[in-house]
Design a protein. Structure first.
Length: 697
């Protein structure tokens, strides 16, 4: 009864024993598999093996192992294997695994899986091609798995090893495991020669026909019963004839040349080739199905992605007569290191912070890492961008990494995508598959849409925008800069909103920032730019006694309004924008201020004010468009109107001013006119003034 798994082909060497001497269970292995598993054991000589599938003692309640067997079970399996010798337990091993049947989505892969898992085996002959569908990845040998992309695999046709090679394939979700039974190619010669003696261990000659007499070299003819020892460092001639000596007897002979030397070389691919140096009629021999196949050279090879190591005791023949064995040590390592594992500090594909990627490679291998250039994430991309949207991005500038980590950060105020790729190379030059990781880093861009479902998933991204400005305010407290895109109407916080870090607000789809009577904006040592927005502030009757209200207040800050409409209603007194030691820029925008007693659009102290292509209107008993003390004041190509009892468009005190190409209009019911839309004190320096039109002054 033959139980050794490597005896599919009986060779005149013990490579199998050397290769798997410590392995009791070649298959299955722990894990979750998508197909039924075949049981393959390596049972040493003189031992017997028994197995059970529920963890029970297989000697008393299991099955005797008599060769590979397909285990037709699914779900959790507790395989227990016991080997015995002379009724004494030699080993007791348990393997726990689970079978969860699955079928690949790809039809070609599904057909392949059916063919290789039906019996758990697939046969392979050295030199042939074995094709694995490209939609699958494969890993040869035992765990840990080292996957390579599917394709056609093979090894040298001169390989004379017979092995069982475990193979695991995966579609990225499920894993299927089967055994490749690898056979040598029968491309040698089949010549046989019968001689009346047997050679063992090169030097021992045993004569097998007692009806013959023999002569070795120049000795006398004699019947030989006992084995004879020969010195195989020199040539010998063995002759024989019938024991009935007669002058006409035919005499036959066989020449034994000196024992050859065996030389082994290793190719660039790692394959080993053994040749015999000596008499040209020496051959390596393989006995398969009682037929000896002879080869001039002996190859030792394996699949890309696999490894095999051991000592080959190769059977040697001379003129088709067995002589003995010669040992060949080999170590064919084509197994690539495991693909590097990339661990990111980011909690998801979308990160609000700089990202650190830690890269772990197999011990003893050299790690190569490449990082793509940052790719801007534009608004014409899907809101819920994913890694697949950046498949075309390449990272191929690989370099050796000694730190095993990569830092990624936003290089601009736009969202950017990075791809990190890594592979490992072992000491044999085997290259692992490439691991890739992608992430979008968006430290500054936030989206606000009060009509969005939002909820707990709102993170300010385009796919999950904030639903209230309070959420944005929390960001402003921790970020040095934020770009907020506002969609539709948004009601602002009921009290003071402080911008202590730089912020840009951009409106889309009728964006409106709606402020209540008690709400205002303070920009403190920061910059605030607003574009494409309507900004509304409403006053109420109970505010009529307010002495002075500032809607937007700048403290050592910068404010820029572009293509905006700002409307503010106050009770008694109010100013839309007050600025102290700041910069105010208004372009292509309108500002309207309404109050009962005093109304002003912009009031500044030691501030640089620049207004261009604007529409400015103040309505109150005393109405002023602009009031500036110190600093620079520039007003160009704008229309300015005041409505009330008294007022002026511009009042300047000690500034440097430039006022050109504007239209000033007044509707005053005081019965008297000021005579000039612009008032400037003696300290004001009018750098430019001209081409202005006045109405109602």
């Amino acid at each position: 009864m033959r139980r050794r798994i490597l005896c599919f082909i009986s060779l005149f060497f013990s490579a199998a024993a050397a290769l798997f001497a410590d392995v009791k269970i070649l298959n299955p292995e722990p894990g979750t598999w998508a197909n039924r598993q075949v049981l393959v054991l390596d049972v040493p000589d003189a031992e017997e093996a028994f197995y059970s599938l529920n963890g029970s003692n297989p000697v008393s309640s299991g099955f005797a192992y008599d060769g590979p067997v397909l285990l037709d079970v699914a779900g959790p399996v507790e395989l227990r294997v016991i080997t015995t010798k002379d009724d004494t337990v030699v080993s007791d091993t348990t393997v726990v695994y689970t079978v969860t049947p699955a079928v690949p989505a790809d039809s070609g892969a599904a057909s392949f899986i059916d063919s290789v898992t039906a019996q758990g085996f697939v046969d392979y002959t050295a030199g042939a091609s074995f094709s694995i569908p490209p939609s699958l990845s494969y890993s040869f040998g035992r765990q840990p798995e080292s996957y390579m992309g599917g394709g056609s695999v093979s090894y040298a046709a001169n390989c004379i090893l017979a092995r069982d090679v475990p193979c695991t394939v995966t579609d990225g979700t499920a894993k299927w495991r089967f055994i490749i039974r690898a056979f040598p190619s029968q491309t040698g010669t089949f010549t046989r020669r019968d001689v009346p003696f047997r050679v063992s261990d090169w030097s021992t000659i045993t004569f097998t026909n007692n009806k013959l007499i023999y002569k070795i070299d120049g000795s006398y003819w004699t019947p030989v019963k006992d084995p004879v020892q020969l010195d195989r460092s020199v040539r010998h001639i063995i002759s024989w004839q019938s024991v009935a000596v007669s002058a006409g007897n035919p005499v036959e002979s066989f020449e034994l040349p000196p024992k050859p030397a065996l030389y082994a070389s290793t190719s660039e691919t790692g394959a080993v080739t053994a040749v015999l140096r000596g008499d040209d009629d020496y051959r390596f021999g393989i006995d398969t199905n009682n037929t000896v196949v002879l080869f001039e050279i002996a190859g030792i090879d394996t699949f890309p992605g696999d490894e095999t190591k051991g000592v080959l005791n190769a059977g040697i023949y001379y003129n088709s007569v067995y002589q003995g064995t010669l040992p060949v040590s080999y170590d064919v390592d084509k197994r690539a290191p495991c693909a590097p594992v990339l661990t990111s500090s980011a909690l998801s594909f979308y990160s609000r912070k700089n990202v650190n990627v830690k890269i772990d490679a197999e011990s003893g291998s050299t790690l190569y890492v490449a990082v793509s250039a940052p790719v801007p994430v534009t608004d014409d991309m899907p809101a819920d961008v994913s890694s697949s949207d950046f498949d075309s991005v390449t990272a191929d500038n690989f370099a050796v990494s000694k730190s095993g980590s990569v830092g990624l950060e936003s290089t601009s105020e736009s969202a950017v995508y990075y791809k990190v790729c890594a592979f490992a190379v072992d000491g044999k030059g085997n290259k692992s598959s490439v691991s890739a990781y992608g992430v979008v880093i968006d430290q500054y861009n936030y989206y606000l849409d009060a009509s969005s479902a939002g909820g707990g998933s709102a993170d300010g991204s385009r796919a999950h925008p904030f639903t209230s400005f309070e959420q944005c305010a929390d960001v402003l407290k921790t970020s040095r800069y934020a770009h907020i895109t506002v969609t539709g109407p948004v009601r602002m916080p009921p009290d003071e909103t402080v911008f202590a870090s730089n912020c840009a607000i951009e409106g889309r789809n009728d964006a409106r920032l709606i402020f209540g009577a008690g709400s205002s904006v303070v920009v403190r040592s920061a910059s605030l730019s607003v574009s494409n927005c309507v900004i509304e502030r409403s006053g109420t009757a109970d505010m009529r006694n307010d002495t002075d209200v500032s809607f937007i207040k700048l403290e050592h800050s910068v404010l820029a309004l572009n293509n905006c409409e700002v409307t503010a209603s106050f009770g008694s007194n109010g100013t839309v924008i007050t600025a102290d030691t700041s910069v105010v820029t208004v372009s292509d925008s309108g500002i309207t201020s309404k109050a009962d007693v005093y109304s002003s659009c912009i009031s500044s102290v030691a501030t640089k004010v620049k207004i261009k292509d604007a529409r400015v209107s103040s309505v109150a008993a005393t109405a002023v468009n602009f009031s500036a003390q110190g600093g620079d004041f520039e007003l160009r190509s704008s229309s300015c109107s005041i409505t009330g009892t008294y007022g002026r468009s511009v009042e300047l005190f000690g500034t440097h001013s430039r006022i050109t190409d504007n239209t000033f209009s007044a509707t005053l019911n005081s019965g008297g006119r000021t005579g000039n839309a612009v008032y400037a004190d003696a300290k004001n320096v009018a750098v430019e003034y001209g081409r202005n039109t006045l109405q109602g002054f």
